[in-house]
Design a protein around this ligand. Structure first.
Ligand code: SF4
Length: 371
């Protein structure tokens, strides 16, 4: 397989298989399933996808397309038949509308509907109109013929910033309006492009949506709190916190909890999958997580507010935080020497013990078993 993306770069078979293995691992599937995912991705009859934009910033599309390494976007766009996407399609006006309706009629009951952005409902939804129709009308019309719906981003999932108090336009997510179709929510501002790619690959491979949590999020991406895999977690456990932006703790990479990090209450895969193919995410570059995948936190909690957690201080058994400070504890060299001496003594003791006859008259052999 050698495809060219929109920038003229090739996707090699190696890159293709690497993505399939990554997706397979992210989905928690056995290793051998990467081959089945690859077959489904290359099969004829690409699924038709209609992508609607409502109240949003296009950041979800941007994060997918502006990836520094284009493999994910390229594969995604090669795997699907993207029949309507207001930002990407060359057509406009009546031509674009004709493409939308042709796809809805021609693929009735079989297409995948992707929604980006919240849907305003106040005053019959007049706050967002495309082609003379409200977002509410467009969504209901497109959802009627869809096989399944993917709400991409926090706006389409839960209303996003538009739904923050006092929510003047009555913005809501897709699931608040559409009740009779399978819907998967991929919240995030933006969500990781791999979460979208994995969801679509799962859908094309198994003809169903992946397992979801109570908020409609796929468990493969939102099953664990990002706090569990955060690289600053050892600092959290040891009680080392940045107290202010730019202070010594911040520069040393200490935990950002006291700066308002919502990681301990946020289910997402940002700390594992990361962004832009260069391994970064907000916490890795010094900004607290704002909890953008959580409906209760997103834009309803100030960035500096702390989430309530059970134990923000280390257990008594942890080493003191200032162990390295001069005059407040042993220096690393002393610790090493004492450790070496203790280890030698213990080792010698163990060897002597192995050679002493035991009371019962038996003796251990070289593998520790009694003769
Ligand atoms: Fe990482 Fe935030 Fe958890 Fe600290 S509170 S370990 S910065 S996720």
């Amino acid at each position: 397989m050698k495809e060219r993306d929109g920038w003229g770069r090739e996707v090699s078979r190696r890159d293709f298989m690497r993505v399939c293995v990554t997706v397979s691992a992210a989905l928690g599937l056995p290793f051998g399933m990467a081959g089945r995912i690859a077959e489904a991705a290359m099969a004829d009859g690409r699924p038709a996808v209609i992508w609607l934009h409502f109240q949003e910033c296009t950041g979800c599309s941007e994060s997918l397309l502006r990836a520094s390494h284009p493999t994910v976007a390229t594969l995604l766009l090669e795997m699907i038949s993207l029949d309507y996407h207001e930002t990407l399609m060359a057509g406009a006006g009546h031509q674009a509308e004709a493409a939308l309706h042709a796809s809805m009629q021609g693929n009735k009951g079989k297409y995948l509907l992707v929604v980006e952005g919240a849907i305003p409902t106040r005053q019959d939804g007049i706050y967002c109109k495309v082609a003379g129709k409200t977002a509410l009308e467009s969504l209901q019309e497109a959802a009627a013929g869809a096989q399944a719906i993917i709400a991409i981003g926090s706006c389409a999932s839960f209303g996003g910033i538009q739904a923050a108090a006092p929510n003047p336009t009555g913005a809501v997510g897709v699931g608040d309006i559409i009740k009779d179709k399978p819907i998967v929510n991929l919240p995030g501002c933006p969500p990781n492009p791999y979460s979208l790619l994995s969801t679509i690959l799962y859908f094309t491979t198994f003809n169903k949506l992946p397992e979801l949590d109570a908020k409609g999020r796929p468990l493969f991406a939102y099953g664990r709190k990002l706090h569990e895999h955060c690289e600053r977690r050892p600092h959290f456990d040891a009680g080392r916190f940045a107290q202010a932006f730019g202070d010594e703790g911040h520069r040393q990479g200490y935990c950002l909890y006291k700066l308002g990090c919502k990681g301990p209450a946020t289910y997402a895969n940002c700390s594992v999958n990361r962004f832009n193919d260069i391994g970064v995410w907000p916490v890795s570059v010094g900004h607290p997580c704002i909890g953008c995948t959580e409906q209760a936190l997103l834009f309803n909690t100030a960035i500096a507010d702390k989430v309530q957690i059970h134990e923000p201080t280390p257990f008594d058994s942890y080493a003191p935080v200032d162990l390295k400070e001069k005059g407040k504890g042993p220096d690393p060299l002393t610790t090493g020497i004492v450790g070496l001496a203790a280890g030698t003594a213990l080792g010698a003791g163990a060897m002597v013990a192995r050679r002493l006859p035991v009371d019962s008259g038996t003796q251990e052999n070289d593998h520790g078993a009694a003769d």
